[in-house]
Design a protein around this ligand. Structure first.
Ligand SMILES: Nc1ncnc2c1ncn2[C@@H]1O[C@H](COP(=O)(O)OP(=O)(O)OP(=O)(O)O)[C@@H](O)[C@H]1O
Ligand SMILES: O=c1[nH]c(=O)c2[nH+]cn([C@@H]3O[C@H](COP(=O)(O)O)[C@@H](O)[C@H]3O)c2[nH]1
Ligand SMILES: NC(=O)CC[C@H](N)C(=O)O
Ligand SMILES: [Mg+2]
Length: 516
């Protein structure tokens, strides 16, 4: 008998497939992801103790929609359907799935109507995270409906005799109150033993990097001052020492003080070789007049690589550089549409924004991880906590926080508003409470104001404070009113052209964190 049990996550193109796998691993059960197109015999060859069917962007009744793997429910392996997986299970077993016309996105109240196995011992009313437009209208025969919501009469069902369970909500996201307990109940019901332990992420990664780059290879690393690139750089430095050169690109889309922070928090601590490139001119020129978010992202992704190529040539004297290290995380990959059948939500500059003619071999030690796992690795590597706990800032920077074309003047306005928001949030001691607070300039929107007894016709600034664990889902942060008031007053007083400050009160889903 194998030392540990395996759970397969069958991926229907979910945003959250890795998250499900990770939650299973947190229950000390080994888990891996397989595409929904894998034949059942192949799945069975992996000897799974349980199977989880993921969510996905399709509708089960649509032509060409991925179906539950043929023969799966006859194998006797306990199976848990989540969202699309729940709908696919219902359909395959003779239930009904339909578009009810009412969608649920974000936090939703769930009422447990029958405890069953999944909800044993849990509160009858709980808050869960939903993201669906289709619903199970009728459960298959022999299934007990265990939960409902105001809009979804069949929000969970089970048939313990056959080892089949399903929920419409997403137990894998942290915002679902008892999600992890529900998942654990399924794993227990399936007889999975908590015998698997996560091996040391850092040591494994360093070993893999050494093997990939080889004894002579050289690498450059895009270093942004953010936690992901810092951790990736520190791992690579540990693996290949001074054959690594870091490159910080000032693309003109940075916030105030960004460059200084990289020097202070990272270079001083690690002694890594750093080159700072002033590339403002080329980025702003390439972005001139561009308003489409995806186009902006692709341009920024391409220009980053062009800068890295210039650096590749510039340091040729020390020997050729074949490898490019990036702090790519799993959310960057999945949102860029990088899973099997996964929708493209936005092209992250470092994944979906890469040009086709990339002349580097990528080194991405964090590609399967989530931010909080990366932070843990950063602490293990001994990086300073200011670095490890820094709030994320996207690579395309302020370029995707100006809704409209990017100009120097607009960047200046946004930079001034951003620094005020950050100052006030820090002063109120809220830095660790919120995940990040994008400050967005609606450059093509104007509204009427009255300032100094005169009429103004200025732009709105949007505050987007969110709480999150891993950026896959988020909720808007309930900031104290007096902090919001101070930020609003200061921005409208101190930043010319801005006469209105608005608060974004949208969760993710349905909104993403950044506006573009
Ligand atoms: N200004 C920059 N100069 C060089 N490389 C950059 C820059 N901005 C981003 N990158 C590269 O793109 C990768 C992805 O950016 P991303 O913002 O997701 O990560 P990060 O900046 O390292 O961390 P964080 O998410 O905490 O901001 C980075 O890890 C880094 O390799
Ligand atoms: O390096 C990055 N390159 C990008 O292109 C990019 N787009 C979004 N983000 C950051 O990712 C997290 C999730 O953001 P969204 O909810 O907007 O997709 C949030 O933390 C965002 O700030 C990016 N980071
Ligand atoms: N998140 C999901 O799996 C969504 C399933 C399906 N596309 C729906 O909207 O209902
Ligand atoms: Mg960043």
């Amino acid at each position: 008998m194998s030392e540990f049990d395996t759970v397969l996550v069958v991926d229907f193109g979910a945003q959250y497939a890795q998250l499900i796998a990770r939650r299973v691993r947190e229950c000390h059960v080994y888990s891996e992801i397989v595409p929904s197109t894998m034949p059942v015999e192949e799945m069975m060859a992996k000897n799974p103790k349980a199977i989880i069917l993921s969510g996905g962007p399709s509708s089960v009744y649509a032509e060409g929609a991925p179906a539950a793997p043929v023969g799966l429910f006859e194998t006797g392996v306990p199976t848990f359907g989540i969202c699309y997986g729940f709908q696919a299970m219902a359909q395959a077993l003779g239930g009904q799935v339909a578009k009810t016309g009412v969608a649920e996105y974000g936090g939703t109240r769930l009422d447990v109507v029958s405890e069953g196995m999944l909800f044993a011992g849990l509160p009858v009313a709980q808050s869960v995270w939903m993201s669906h437009g289709d619903s199970v209208a009728a459960a298959p025969e022999g299934f007990l409906v265990t939960a409902t919501t105001a809009e979804t009469p069949v929000a969970a069902f089970e048939n313990p005799g056959r080892g089949l369970y399903g929920v419409q909500f997403h137990p894998e996201v942290l915002h679902s109150d008892h999600g992890q307990a529900v998942l654990k109940h399924f794993l227990d019901a399936a007889g999975c033993r908590p015998a698997w332990t996560m091996l040391n992420i850092v040591e494994d990664a360093v070993e893999a990097i050494r093997a990939q780059i080889g004894p002579e290879g050289r690498a450059i690393c895009g270093l942004s001052g953010g936690v992901d690139s810092a951790v990736a750089a520190a791992m690579v430095q540990r693996a290949i020492g001074d054959r690594l050169t870091c490159v910080f690109v000032d693309h003109g889309l940075l916030r105030q003080g960004e460059a200084e922070q990289v020097e202070r928090d990272f270079v001083d601590v690690t002694g890594v070789k750093l080159r700072v490139v002033d590339a403002q001119e080329r980025f702003l020129k390439a972005l001139d007049g561009v308003t489409d978010p995806e186009e902006k992202r692709k341009i920024i992704g391409r220009e980053f690589i062009r800068v890295f190529e210039d650096e590749q040539r510039a340091i040729l004297a020390d020997g050729p550089v074949e490898f490019l290290v990036q702090g790519t995380l799993y959310p960057d990959v999945v949102e860029s549409g990088g899973g099997t059948g996964t929708a493209n939500i936005k092209s992250h500059h470092n994944v979906g924004g890469l040009p086709d003619d990339l002349r580097f071999t990528l080194v991405e030690p964090l590609r399967a991880l989530f931010k909080d796992e990366v932070r843990r690795a950063g602490e293990e590597l001994g990086l300073p906590s200011a670095m490890v706990w820094r709030q994320p800032f996207p690579g395309p920077g302020l370029g995707i926080r100006i809704v409209g074309a990017v100009t120097r003047e607009r960047l200046e306005i946004l930079r001034e508003a951003d620094v005020i928001a950050r100052e006030e949030l820090s002063r109120a001691g809220l830095d660790r409470d919120i995940w990040q607070c994008p400050v967005v300039l609606l450059a093509d929107v104007r509204s009427v104001g009255v300032q100094g007894d005169g009429r103004t016709y200025g732009h709105p600034i949007v505050l987007r404070p969110v709480s999150s664990e891993d950026a896959m889902t988020a909720d808007w942060s309930r900031l104290p009113y007096d902090v919001l008031a101070r930020i609003s007053t200061r921005i409208t007083n101190e930043v010319r052209e801005v006469n209105r400050v608005v608060l974004d009160v949208t969760s993710k889903p349905p909104g993403t964190i950044e506006w573009e």
